[in-house]
Design a protein around this ligand. Sequence first.
Ligand code: SAH
Length: 357
Amino acid sequence: MDPEKAKGEPLLPSLGEMFFQPLEDWLKAENEKRFRLDQLAEWYFKRPECSSFEDCGNLPKALKEKLSRNFAFCSLKPEKALSSRDGTEKNTLLLRDGLRTETVTMPMDGHTTVCLSTQVGCPVRCRFCFSGRDGLKRNLTAGEMADSLRLALPKEGFESLNIVIMGMGEPFFNYANLKTFLSLCQAKRGFNIGSRRVTVSTVGVLPGIVKFAEDFPQMNLAVSLHAPNEKLRRLIIPGAPSKISELIPALKSYFSKTKRLVTFEYVMIEGINDGIKEAGELARLLRDLDCKINLIPLNDVPGQEFSGSPEANILRFEGKLRECGLNVTVRRSKGGEIKGACGQLAARRGEEDPKAG
Ligand code: SAH
């Protein structure tokens, strides 16, 4: 049920969906000056503390009122923000149809990283991940993604910003909206975030990889691999949208087009994919691909059927890959105590650890 409709209020288009051409057309049709577009863009993209048309100080009162009658300034309502001791903050945001999305903001040395979602739920259902437990609810629109980024930005300001599209959902199954959103991130009069500061993570949707290389050749691509062979990968990701034998050549051509190193994400699961044999196999698989490997300690989620690899296994695995000449790092997990770490974002309510809420 739509909470706003239920209250009898009309569902207005949201401002985040209007950049840039539709808003320019609307202003023209309303006989407003063209520079109002730049003023609105300034308030929306550069001033995250601004939360209503009323706050847009340099707009005439009549225009503010007209905008409020025609558009919603934001399509999301912040519901709760949880902070963990390491400074990570998770925001739960209510969408206008009653569903929820989540963002995670992580302060790191000298910069802030914001993790965003692209879907509510996820159709892929990796066995270790909580985000897709109930399947896909729906895609987020570009405006919802833009609103979620605004709301995730630290109010006290930040030095530099990295965006990682590693929250809930498979970004390349929502490519059109993702593309609009990433264009807003890139645009000088939009969020103006350098492309090299944006990373999109995919489970391996091949058409998406091809389009991403064409549309955003300067951005970073991460691929959730999690296994060195098809059999093991199917066990962990039964619904994987591509085979390893197709994925590796697709990533070779991605690299030859973009010259960007691909990062492989590999969740470490005890006794499943963390043996020395798998490390050797992985090294052989990735031998002639320009890439980095990020080993991810498994985070706990409700009903987790796997156990995370003990530290010793992770170190052994890392050592073997390094010995084979691969570029490998181990991810420091952030936000675990507030269920804001990878795979812990929930599409439904009431599943979170009560201690976290
Ligand atoms: N669908 C995309 C992006 C979302 S997942 C993808 O698969 O890449 C982002 C990352 O979080 C992926 O590498 C995913 O495998 C990882 N992840 C999911 N659940 C996790 C868990 N329980 N512990 C650690 N990492 C997890």
